[in-house]
Ligand binder design. Structure first.
Ligand SMILES: NC(=O)c1ccc[n+]([C@@H]2O[C@H](COP(=O)([O-])OP(=O)(O)OC[C@H]3O[C@@H](n4cnc5c(N)ncnc54)[C@H](O)[C@@H]3O)[C@@H](O)[C@H]2O)c1
Length: 266
């Protein structure tokens, strides 16, 4: 596999795993982050802020694609302005830089939160799919929704490709610090290795225009059974999943059909 990819947020949990994977796959990788990456790595690292148009434009000249993982990954009280500034203005600025540098493909790490159906939000129906209406409630959810719209505008105006991946709760094997998703997260999770695989597929998929795809494992977190949690937690929410198969509350058929993605890691 060849090509030069810039990964924003290359120091972060997802960005670092993406950099490592793409480098191992033989691609030229440049990691961009406001903080230096933690260890010496065999690819280029740039200290840079996605809100810095000149720096991002310079970083993107001559590259084949951008994977945008940089930003704030959750709501944090007191950080509402930063959430809008980094996640929304930062994404718009990065996309403007990509347009100026004539980059033809952007893979954006969006989130199921763009739909507003987790956390304080309530799904309009289950299982949630990529056609679920957007109804953001929190600042983070609004930022993910608006960043997706910025990606749509980039794809439309540049006749380019923008693929928004919508991971559910990302699990890092061997990381005991994370408690895992609960009822407000629809018990939906995805292994970091499957997220990284989706990024690689999105970089090479034969697609143009704007696309978005949810990413979730094929089972519920914590060994919960679907029929039990449906009866216990989500009785008032219409079920649109048919009779079978009934295993999760998130429908990832878009990722399967568009990218050929299936969750494999357990
Ligand atoms: N972790 C999850 O469970 C999860 C789930 C769904 C979606 N996502 C999305 O994936 C993306 C990455 O999440 P993560 O878990 O790796 O988060 P993270 O906090 O581990 O990494 C984010 C990285 O972005 C960098 N960053 C912050 N502001 C920046 C700026 N202005 N310019 C450049 N870099 C900047 C940070 O330094 C950090 O290294 C986020 O957009 C998040 O919304 C994460």
């Amino acid at each position: 596999m060849t090509g030069h990819v810039v990964v924003t947020g290359g120091r972060g949990a997802i960005g670092a795993a993406v950099c490592e994977d793409l480098h191992q796959a033989g691609m030229t990788v440049t990691a961009v982050d406001v903080s230096p990456v933690r260890t010496a790595l065999p690819f280029q690292q740039l200290i840079g802020d996605v809100r810095d148009l000149d720096a991002m434009t310079a970083a993107l000249y001559g590259v084949d694609a951008v994977v945008h993982c940089g930003g704030l990954p959750s709501d944090r009280k007191g950080h509402e302005y930063d959430t809008y500034d980094i996640n929304v203005a930062g994404t718009c600025t990065l996309l403007l830089a990509a347009a100026r540098a004539e980059v033809r493909r952007v893979v954006h790490l969006s989130s199921i939160n763009a739909l507003g159906c987790v956390g304080a939000g309530v799904p309009a129906y289950l299982p949630v799919d990529d056609d679920h209406p957007h109804a953001p409630i929190s600042p983070y959810q609004l930022s993910k929704h608006l960043a997706e719209e910025a990606c749509r505008q980039f794809a439309n105006s540049q006749h380019a490709t923008a693929i928004c991946l919508r991971p559910t709760y990302v699990i890092h094997p061997g990381d005991p610090a994370r408690t895992g998703p609960g009822p407000a997260d629809l018990y939906a999770y995805v292994d970091i290795r499957d997220v990284v695989h989706a990024v690689r597929l999105a970089l090479h998929a034969d697609l143009t225009g704007f696309h978005a795809a949810l990413l979730a494992a094929d089972d519920l977190w914590g060994g919960h059974q679907l029929d039990t949690v449906l009866a216990r937690e989500y009785l008032d929410i219409p079920w649109r999943g048919g009779e079978t198969p009934r295993s999760t509350l998130v429908n990832c058929s878009r990722a399967r059909s568009l990218l050929g993605w299936t969750p494999t890691s357990v």
